[in-house]
Design a protein around this ligand. Structure first.
Ligand code: F6P
Length: 359
C-alpha cells in the first residue's frame, strides 16, 4: 500500500501529530507513506511528493504548523493561475489531480483539512479517489465531530491573552476589545471568553445590540468596576447592521474577515465615553505547540484514518464522539457547519455568570 498525505487550508496545531500517526501506523503495517507538499500543489504545479518514514516524522508531535506546508488557495476544482498579462484565471484541474495521484501509484489519500478541504475531498471521492479525511480547524466548526484538533490550543492561547489584558485594562480604567478567530462559529470566543472572565462575548451566532454591550459597560462603571474586557469573534455581527463592517476580498475564493474589534471599540467610545483599546490576536491562535489534548486527538485521528484505509472505509471522515473515534460518510459532513447551539450549557453558564452576549 502507498498512502499519500495532504494538509490543506489554514494550519492548526496538531497537523504534524496527525502526519506522524499516519506514517507510523502505515509503517507498522508494512505500508509506505508519501507527503504531498503545499496542499495539492505538490501534485499539480511542482514535483512535491516526499517519502515519509519513521525518520522523517521523528520528534514532530509537539511542533506547530505542518512539515508538508499548506495553502488555502489550492482548490483543484477552482484552480487559480495567472495568464501572460498577470490576470487571474480559474480552471477545473481536478482531472489533472486524479491523474497525477494515479500516476504516482498511490492507493489511498489521507486528507487533513477543514470545511473547504472536506468539500474538495468529497468531490474527489465522487471522482473515484480513495480518500479518508481528518478534520482540522482551530475554529472547531466541522460537523459530525465534537472536536477538531487545534481548537484546544487556540483557546489556551486566547485565554492567556485575555488573562493578561485584565491587569492593564484595570490599571488604566479602559475597555479592551479582543478580536478572536471564528469566521462562522464562535467556539473560540465563547470558550476563551468564559475561561478568561470576559465581561462581554460576541459570537457570530448571536447578532449583537451595541446598546446592550454599552449597557453592560455602564453598569460595571456604576458598580465601581472601571474597566471591561469585550471578546468578539471575527464573524460577530451587529443585529441591525448599525456598525459598518470591514470585509476584504481574499486572494482566491475566501473572503477575509477583520475589523470587528475596531468597529465595536469605536462605538463603545462614542456611546460610553470610555477610553477603549483593541487587540486583534490573529494568527497567534494558529501557532505554537499543540496542547496535550490536541496532540492526543491528532494522534488518535491519524491512527484511525489508517485503520479506516485498512478496512476499505473510503469517502469517510474520522471524528470524535464522546470517548470514541467514529467514521462519518463525507456526504453527511460537507456543507454543514457546526455552530454554537444557543441553548448549550456553556452559553447558559455565561448568562448565569452575568456575561453579556450582546442580546
Ligand atoms: O478557518 C480558520 C481560520 O483561522 C479562520 O478563523 C480565519 O478566518 C481564517 O482561518 C484566516 O485564514 P488565513 O489568514 O490563513 O487566510
Amino acid at each position: 500500500m502507498r498512502i499519500a498525505i495532504s494538509t490543506g487550508g489554514g494550519d492548526a496545531p496538531g497537523l504534524n501529530a496527525v502526519i506522524r500517526a499516519v506514517v507510523l501506523s502505515a509503517y507498522h503495517r508494512g505500508w509506505k507513506s508519501y507527503g504531498i507538499q503545499r496542499g495539492y500543489e505538490g501534485l499539480l504545479s511542482f514535483n512535491g511528493v516526499v517519502p515519509l518514514g519513521p525518520a522523517e516524522v521523528r520528534g514532530i508531535t509537539h511542533l506547530g504548523g505542518t512539515i508538508l506546508g499548506t495553502t488555502n488557495r489550492g482548490n483543484p476544482f477552482r484552480y487559480i493561475s495567472r495568464d501572460d498579462q498577470g490576470e487571474a484565471i480559474e480552471r477545473d484541474r481536478s482531472d489533472d489531480l486524479v491523474a497525477a495521484f494515479q500516476a504516482s501509484g498511490f492507493d489511498a489519500l489521507v486528507s487533513i483539512g477543514g470545511d473547504g478541504s472536506l468539500q474538495i475531498s468529497h468531490d474527489l471521492w465522487r471522482k473515484g479517489l480513495p480518500v479518508v479525511c481528518v478534520p482540522k480547524t482551530i475554529d472547531n466548526d466541522v460537523s459530525s465531530t465534537q472536536r477538531t484538533f487545534g481548537f484546544d490550543t487556540a483557546v489556551s492561547t486566547a485565554t492567556e491573552a485575555i488573562d493578561k489584558l485584565h491587569s492593564t485594562a484595570e490599571s488604566h480604567d479602559r475597555v479592551i476589545v479582543v478580536e478572536l478567530m471564528g469566521r462562522y462559529a464562535g467556539w473560540i470566543a465563547l470558550y476563551s471568553g468564559l475561561s478568561g472572565s470576559a465581561d462581554v462575548i460576541l459570537l457570530p451566532e448571536i447578532p449583537f445590540d451595541i446598546e446592550k454591550v454599552c449597557g453592560k459597560i455602564r453598569s460595571r462603571e456604576e458598580a465601581g468596576r472601571h474597566f471591561s474586557i469585550v471578546v468578539a469573534a471575527e464573524g460577530a455581527r451587529p443585529k441591525d447592521g448599525a456598525i459598518e463592517l470591514l470585509e476584504r476580498r481574499g486572494v482566491g475564493t475566501v473572503d477575509r474577515l477583520g475589523g470587528i474589534a475596531s468597529k465595536v471599540a469605536r462605538a463603545i467610545e462614542v456611546h460610553t465615553g470610555k477610553e477603549t483599546r483593541t487587540l486583534v490576536l490573529g494568527h497567534l491562535q494558529r501557532g505554537g505547540s499543540p496542547t496535550t489534548y490536541d496532540r492526543l486527538l491528532a494522534l488518535r485521528f491519524g491512527a484511525a484514518a489508517v485503520r479506516a484505509i485498512a478496512e476499505g472505509a473510503f469517502g469517510t471522515m474520522v471524528g470524535l464522539n464522546g470517548q470514541d473515534i467514529t467514521r462519518i460518510p463525507l456526504e453527511n459532513v460537507v456543507g454543514r457547519a457546526k455552530f454554537v447551539p444557543l441553548d448549550c450549557d456553556t452559553i447558559r453558564t455565561a448568562r448565569d455568570l452575568g456575561i453579556c452576549l450582546g442580546d
